[in-house]
Design a protein around this ligand. Sequence first.
Ligand code: SAM
Ligand code: SF4
Length: 320
Amino acid sequence: MLKDSRARRIDYLRVSVTDRCNLRCIYCMPPGGVPRLSHEEILTYEEILRFVGVAARAGIGKVRLTGGEPLVRKGLPCLVGELASRHPNLDLSLTTNGTLLAEHAGELRRAGLRRVNISIDSLDREKYRMITRGGELNRALEGLEAALEEGLDPVKVNVVTLKHVNEEVEGFAELAWRLPVHVRFIEYMSPCGACDPDLYVSSESIRKKLEALGPLEEAPPPPGAGPAVYFRFPGARGTLGFISPVSSHICGNCNRMRLTADGMLKSCLFSPEEVDIKSLLRSGASEGDILESIRSCLGRKGSGREWAANPSRAMFQVGG
Ligand code: SAM
Ligand code: SF4
């Protein structure tokens, strides 16, 4: 079992498979994008598989593939397939903007993916285009539909709320009424974001807007709920949740570590502490060496709060 310096059990690994993205969300990426990592700089799928193998044998039970946009990297379903067949008990999931999901949902499902999180920040076509700097809402919605049709379960929808930009909740309330999806409103973390900190909106404010539509009841969290709390309108097929990294102290229950696309292991989203796993993997390190590096990284994991105001990397580099 893996534990960190504060005796928190670490059983969740987020793997960023690329820092590239086909969108440029205003809160996540600079308008012109970012200098691309070269092919050699990012971990190969074989390297990711080796690292996940070591981590899984040490007690990691849950792996999420993320990015950048994971589906822009060729062959992602093959990685999913290998992970699922080598680790049948692993809780394997994907976070995607959904715009390429319609083409891949079937293949991903057959490869062994069970569940998916799709980021859709507005259900208004023009607003979605503005937030994503050119994205097409229809494509994300087609991805959502494909995920449901293929039986991925649960399907969660991530919404980062920004003041005066996408605070309207009616569309998402209707979505969670009509479809068995779990909409999660996420507070904007400005220190690792790319837009004005004043655009922050609290979960509390969004919850009040939902309550103005009708009484909400507490709902059981779907599998893999993490730090979100869930509610529903009585009779709805889906739920509405809140992830409040800014207004609530969620770091105390942190159970995760992160592997960046360029092969650095981070014990905290915000922390500058990183362990160079890529160099280890490429220098013929043994499983014991890799495990020791994981433990030493976790041994230096702080409370989270000490770095939150000044994170070392942007969100698209770490994968959320
Ligand atoms: N491209 C994929 C997507 O958009 O789902 C995966 C990577 S994205 C970095 C992972 C999650 O982080 C998304 O749900 C995104 O909305 C969220 N995110 C990005 N920047 C954020 C910020 N500054 N504050 C809060 N959430 C953020
Ligand atoms: Fe790309 Fe996801 Fe960041 Fe949007 S939130 S720019 S889709 S990585």
